[in-house]
Design a protein around this ligand. Structure first.
Ligand SMILES: [Zn+2]
Length: 467
């Protein structure tokens, strides 16, 4: 028997939500189509071919650069080729930072070139560079314990072993201003990376208004550890740093958007996306070419199977996640009126490791009551049986994503795709983030996971949150 009672037993409290106007037949259809999508996704190499093209035909694509402009053209064509409708670019203004030439050289105790990569949005050094003694600290907290005269006129090196992305990223983001407040003239950061072959990893920094803006660069793990050893031995470490980066006036860029219009509820939207911009080194393969290509492939598979989900599936390639998030902010601003009818916003932005599921992030609508998280999770878990064959049925509360955050903060349910990141920090934000590291089978499986989730949310009777 497969009546309402057995369904209730099978899926727990989520079934309550189905009993009103949501016959079991509807979910049976969703499950059958999800199985079709899974089979097709695992056999398709379209995502792999598309990501290879984005990486090799466009390459890295920092916001404001000419190559970001080429990426937009590439994306418009890729979305049309994938069968999407209403394909268009939505203009946003983005920060425009250029790296230009940069170098660092140890003067003392052992003269040698150092491997550096300037931090995004850094100011340049004065012409001819700076030469200064290095002070080594392991954290913002340790820096705070130093007296100003221990820091004044020096370069502060933050050197701490990788303990996950968060702690290192915090030093990268806030370290320059913290050091400058104590009189430092420059900042170096041990690259935030879980593996290094002398490859520095960049990322954005932030200058506080109440501190002088000083030049800042990531240094390779090997070079940072050497300076730490020299410092611990009591040797005087002197470095010459020269950076010729510059920040130009804001430039025009765009989010790229395409849709599969909903068959019966076209005003209700399931958004799925990643960010099209990348850092200006490597190919932005995992960060976040993968997120864009998986989103595109999810929609393409639904279209290719001839499925016509009730709700609209909207693919968004966001601009400027790396150094400003103007794409995510622009989307939330320009689509404000339809956000209450965004059933979910889904983001993939942590590489191509196999996904284990999704994290659901909920916030109240402006002036609204707290969302019913238990109910939303129960609805989301109706997808679990379809994701179990892909070992991706872990559907819990969690973090959505940076690009979707401005929409999620005003009440759109956010879903972050939880990839295995154990290899991601080896290549993230470095020259090594290239297509050759992409595992084809993992990409296909991630596409299956995303396709099932997008389709399920677009075609199941219930919404995560009622309007
Ligand atoms: Zn990213």
């Amino acid at each position: 028997m497969r009546g309402p009672l057995s369904l209730l037993l099978a899926v727990g409290c989520g079934a309550n939500l189905l009993m009103g106007g949501a016959p079991e037949d509807a979910m049976a259809k969703v499950r059958a189509n999800a199985a079709l999508l899974t089979t097709r996704a695992l056999a398709s190499d379209a995502a792999y071919r598309n990501l290879g093209s984005l990486c090799d035909d466009v390459g890295h694509r920092l916001s404001g650069s000419a190559s970001y402009g080429r990426a937009v053209e590439w994306a418009l064509k890729a979305m049309r080729d994938a069968g999407l409708s209403n394909v268009h670019a939505e203009k946003v203004m983005v920060p425009h930072w250029e790296r230009n030439t940069e170098s660092a050289r140890m003067i003392s105790p052992t003269p040698q070139e150092l491997s550096i990569l300037g931090l995004g949005m850094s100011v340049p050094t004065p012409k001819g560079g700076i030469t200064a003694e290095v002070v080594v600290v392991s954290s913002l907290e340790e820096l705070a314990t130093l007296k100003d005269d221990q820091v004044k006129g020096r370069i502060v090196l933050f050197e701490s072993p990788f303990k996950g992305y968060g702690p290192g990223a915090r030093m990268r983001f806030s370290g320059a201003s913290a050091a400058a407040r104590k009189g430092a003239v420059g900042m170096l950061l041990r690259s935030v990376a879980s593996l290094s072959f002398d490859t520095p990893h960049t990322g954005t920094l932030h200058y506080d208004a109440d501190a002088p803006a000083i030049p800042a660069a990531a240094v390779s793990v090997e070079n940072a550890m050497m300076m730490r050893r020299q410092w611990d031995r009591g040797q005087k470490v002197i470095v010459h740093l020269e950076m010729n980066c510059r920040t130009l006036p804001d430039a025009e860029a765009a989010n790229v958007v395409g849709e599969l219009p909903g068959a019966s509820k076209p005003g209700e939207v399931v958004l799925v996306g990643g960010h099209l911009d990348s850092w200006d080194v490597g190919q932005g393969a995992q960060d976040d070419g993968v997120g864009c290509i998986l989103s595109l492939q999810a929609a393409h598979l639904i279209h290719e199977q001839g499925l016509k989900p009730a709700r609209t599936v909207r693919v968004v390639f966001f601009a400027n996640e790396e150094n400003g998030n103007r794409g995510g902010e622009g989307y939330a601003r320009d689509h404000k009126a339809e956000l209450p009818n965004h059933v979910a916003a889904i983001e993939s932005d942590s590489g191509n490791g196999l996904a284990k599921g999704f994290g659901l992030e909920l916030h109240p609508r402006e002036g609204g009551a707290a969302p019913d998280a238990a109910k939303a999770l129960a609805v989301l878990n109706l997808l679990a049986p379809m994701l179990e064959p892909l070992e991706a049925s872990r559907l819990t509360l969690g973090h959505g994503g940076v690009d979707i955050e401005p929409s999620v903060m005003v009440g759109v349910p956010g879903l972050g795709m939880n990839h295995d990141t154990s290899k991601y920090w080896e290549v993230h934000h470095s020259k090594a983030d290239t297509f050759d590291k992409i595992n084809k089978e993992d990409l296909a499986r991630n596409a299956a996971i995303l396709a099932v989730t997008v389709y399920g949310l677009a075609d199941m009777p219930s919404r995560l949150l009622e309007p």
